[in-house]
Design a protein around this ligand. Structure first.
Ligand code: ACO
Length: 347
């Protein structure tokens, strides 16, 4: 370690304009608004309907909002990490596509595949480039066009997911702000509980893989739920214990938004009340790699320099982890984002 920490110094996002409500899903599958809200907390999600636009488009738009906010020229970015399980294509990586679209002429980068823990894993990976002194501006993006791998005839999964992208800029800090600690895990023994089997080198695309539905996300929800509740709560409690943080010290839990009940269980284990939990699953559903940075965007205006945040995620793989961040800037300099202002005006 150099004494340099990696601090988030700005955030940005992109949400597709089209909404898919629970009422819309009631027309597609045998479900109800009551079931979806009570089991998951989700009321609507965003869907990128334009077939010519995909994950790289959303990731680039998110990056553009971040750069514009801070008046940063794309040529200043030296590293681009994109967490996604819905890349535009296997290769080139989404990071390459974003780099070209942005005109980030001095950047290198790559994609990270860790499903719903993708942003967390990308953030801690990016932090290492900052801490080592190799990078000065790392763009960490979480983006997924989940609507392209969701089977809209499967009521157990189609109600859960939405499309979106959000990102954070990491820069060096010498005063101890930014990423302070993290714990991360993978467990491939449970690979079959949450996966997409088709399209890779094991099951390359064929009529058979299409007929068998292998190009859709598959989830055994009840089993995943049990692992997710324990995994996310345990790792969040452990990161607090080993850094002597109490519930009073934590300003916000920033949880991956898969299910309200998993988030509630994590908050209980951490000894914090619901007022300290960032929660926007109701509006966006599970956007996979984008959920955590989308929370940071929605709460940015409330965050103050020095606030302790615990980020926590659990996803397919399995992958899971938690990170402790000391927030590095005063978010009140930014107005409430337009998409939230419109929300309170409508309510
Ligand atoms: N509408 C109505 N009924 C439904 C629906 C629906 N949309 N979906 C399932 N049901 C039915 C089931 O068929 C079942 O009926 P049965 O009892 O007659 O068999 C009943 O509701 C209960 O089903 P469960 O699967 O037990 O429902 P559960 O309460 O577990 O909720 C859910 C399902 C929301 C998927 C939950 O299991 C969950 O959140 N799992 C974890 C998700 C997660 O964290 N994933 C990791 C991140 S995602 C990633 O990495 C890409």
């Amino acid at each position: 370690m150099t004494g340099i920490t990696a601090a988030i110094t700005s955030v940005g996002h992109y949400l597709p304009p089209d909404r898919m409500t629970n009422a819309d899903l009631e027309k597609l599958v045998d479900t109800s608004d009551e079931w979806i809200v009570s089991r998951t907390g989700i009321s609507e999600r965003r869907v990128l309907r334009d077939p010519d636009k995909a994950t790289a488009y959303m990731a680039t738009e998110a990056a553009r909002t971040l750069l514009a906010k801070r008046n940063i020229d794309p040529s200043e970015i030296d590293t681009i990490l994109v967490a996604t399980v819905t890349p535009d294509m296997f290769f080139p990586s989404t990071a390459c596509l974003v780099q070209a679209e942005l005109g980030a002429t001095n950047a290198w980068g790559f994609d990270i595949s860790a499903a719903c823990s993708g942003f967390l894993f990308a953030l801690t990976t990016g932090a290492r480039f900052i801490e080592s002194g190799r990078s000065k501006k790392v763009l960490v993006i979480g983006a997924d066009k989940m609507s392209t791998i969701v089977d809209y005839s499967d009521r157990t999964t189609c109600i859960l997911f939405g499309d979106g992208a959000a990102c954070a800029l990491l820069e060096p800090d010498e005063d101890g702000y930014g990423l302070r600690d993290y714990i991360e895990h993978i467990d491939g023994e449970q690979k079959d509980l949450l996966c997409m089997k088709g399209g890779g080198s094991l099951n390359p695309p064929s009529h058979n893989t299409i007929d068998a539905g292998l190009h859709f996300l598959h989830q055994e929800g009840r089993a995943v739920f049990k692992y997710a509740v324990t995994g996310m709560a345990d790792v969040s409690a452990r990161i607090m214990e080993r850094n002597n943080l109490t519930g009073d010290d934590v300003r916000y839990l920033v949880p991956h938004q898969a299910n309200l009940r998993i988030i509630d269980a994590t908050a209980r284990r951490m000894g914090i009340g619901s007022e300290k939990v960032m929660l926007n699953i109701e509006r966006y559903g599970n956007t996979t790699a984008a959920t955590i940075p989308l929370c940071l965007v929605d709460w940015e205006h409330e965050l103050r320099r020095g606030d302790n945040l615990v980020l926590a995620a659990f996803g397919g793989g399995f992958t899971w982890g938690a990170a402790w961040l000391r927030w590095a800037y005063d978010g009140s300099v930014y107005p409430i984002p337009e998409h939230l202002a419109a929300l309170s005006a409508n309510s």
